[in-house]
Write a protein that binds this ligand. Structure first.
Ligand code: GLN
Length: 496
């Protein structure tokens, strides 16, 4: 395996500027790594070697001309969840419904990375339409966890997390509607950041649940993830929900907090999160993280988020409702799959949807339509919105009165076995208990590696911030990362 596939972004940047290697060599080393490992991991749906090599050659030219005035990510390869539309490269969203769909434009985040000179290697496998927690529900087959091929990598951005942790890609973009960046990061020993709702443009991200979806980076270190957020964050005229809030200098804030330590910082530990049953090793690991934060000078405070127990039910009513509406557009007329030899328009709609969507997607469309139907709208949809408001006010009160940052587990268990939870959707939904409250409230949260189980599986820990305080959670994450011996490239690279 080439050494080039285990460097940090800063090391890649320095190597490119010094001329130790070219962007083309960097790109080829990663393509080689993908080609050698993808049969086992199934983390890429599309490998776009040709356009990647062209972009890398262009980056080499730009670096030669602009030297250190070229953007930080110039010439650095990456991959993207197959939910982000890419001009000229197929976007399937993990679904047969979109098989063969080629977008005429790039989503904003890919456009911004392209302007920065970053090199798109390909598109990552995922749960169909981002509905899932294991990356098993893809029309293109399950993604495998590089730490144990019989286990899931988490989902729905499982392909992105695997690409990063197995050295196929230095960073990847995922989406997080209810945990899909953080949970796969935790299952694979990667760092994953879900930004504040509105921090990053969603223009060109295939819609699952529009009031929850947010794009964010997965990488091998807090610093790498901060550099990527820097490049993609900020207002976009093409997305009315992106916010015009100044973008901080994330690298500066992590350096500052790493230097100054965490003295004076209050970190809340929500007591309700301990009333759920959590794997013993995860529990012990979390206690270790609490001690590590205290050692770093932070003050740990007991806080209450009283409506936590209702968050999951509220989430699964609201996202299904939004999904049933968003997915109505796949009717065989404009996008992707269309049923053949039909005798009426209605038959085309019905057969196209019956053939194109997988079981879980159909289940969610039906449940979503049900909770929005006239007879049940007040009982389910309105009620769930009311609970959402309560969850939002829980977090608001905690940040206003008690703490700066909140510490939580990411998932109740480490990576589970392939096939272990596919028989019961409810079992699968329950794994999202610690991630969905953040999405209901639109807050930023990061998952970083915090240790390994006795059987050698990665564990992650979650830091939640108040709105637009990505700099702060990145800073705490960086300080914690330094004290967690696990979180270094060498360890994550040994994965596969
Ligand atoms: N597992 C959650 C769901 O299925 C979250 C998915 C996501 O964040 N895209 O809805």
């Amino acid at each position: 395996m080439s050494k080039l596939v285990s460097l940090s972004l800063v090391e890649m940047r320095e190597g490119l500027l010094r001329g130790d290697f070219s962007a083309l060599e960097l790109c080829d080393a990663h393509i080689e790594r993908i080609e050698a490992t993808n049969a086992a991991l199934n983390s890429f749906i599309t490998i776009s070697s040709e356009s990647a090599r062209a972009a890398a050659a262009a980056a080499d030219k730009r670096i030669a001309e602009e030297k250190d005035r070229s953007p930080m990510l110039c010439g650095i390869p990456y991959s993207a969840k197959d939910m982000l539309v890419s001009e000229g490269i197929e976007t399937t969203c993990g679904s047969k419904m979109l098989s063969g769909f080629i977008s005429p434009y790039n989503c904003t985040v890919l456009e911004r990375l392209e302007e920065n000179g970053a090199v798109l290697l390909g598109k990552n496998n995922m749960d169909e339409f981002a509905m899932g927690s294991s990356s098993e529900r893809s029309s293109y087959g399950a993604v495998r966890n590089p730490w144990d091929l019989d286990r899931v990598p988490g989902g729905s951005s499982g392909g992105s997390a695997v690409a990063v942790s197995s050295g196929q890609s230095p960073f990847s973009l995922g989406t997080d509607t209810g945990g899909s960046i953080r949970q796969p990061a935790a299952f694979t020993g990667a760092v994953g950041l879900k930004p504040t709702y509105g921090r990053v443009s969603r223009y060109g991200a295939v819609a699952y649940a529009s009031s929850f979806d947010q794009i964010g980076p997965l990488g091998r270190s807090v610093e790498d993830v901060a550099s990527v957020l820097q490049a993609i964050a900020g207002k976009d005229e093409l997305d009315a929900t992106s916010m015009d809030v100044p973008v901080d200098s994330y690298l500066e804030s992590i350096e500052r907090m790493a230097d100054e330590g965490l003295a004076g910082l209050k970190i809340g530990v929500p007591r309700e999160y301990f009333s759920f049953s959590v794997d013993e090793e995860i529990d012990a690991n979390l206690k270790g993280q609490i001690a590590a934060l205290e050692n770093l000078g932070a003050e740990l405070v007991d806080i209450s988020l009283p409506h936590t127990e209702h968050a999951l039910a509220s989430y699964y009513v609201l996202v299904l409702a939004e999904a049933s509406s968003n997915l109505a557009r796949y009717d065989g007329v404009r996008f992707g799959h269309r049923a053949e030899s039909v005798s009426s328009l209605e038959e085309m709609y019905c057969r196209t949807r019956a053939e194109g969507f997988g079981t879980e997607v159909k289940r969610r469309i039906m449940m979503g339509s049900y909770v929005l139907s006239a007879g049940y709208f007040d009982a389910y949809y309105v009620k769930a919105q009311q609970v959402r408001t309560l969850v939002i006010s829980d977090f608001k009160a905690a940040f206003a009165n008690d703490c700066d940052v909140i510490l939580a587990p990411v998932s109740p268990t480490p990576a589970f076995g392939i096939g272990e939870k596919t028989a019961s959707s409810l079992e699968m939904y329950l794994t999202d208990i610690f991630t969905v409250p953040v999405n209901l409230a639109g807050l930023p949260a990061i998952s970083i590696p915090s240790g390994l189980t006795k059987s050698g599986l990665p564990i992650g820990v979650q830091l939640i911030g108040s709105a637009f305080q990505e700099g702060q959670i990145l800073g705490v994450a960086k300080a914690l990362e330094q004290s967690n011996t696990f979180a270094n490239n060498e360890k994550t690279q040994q994965a596969f």
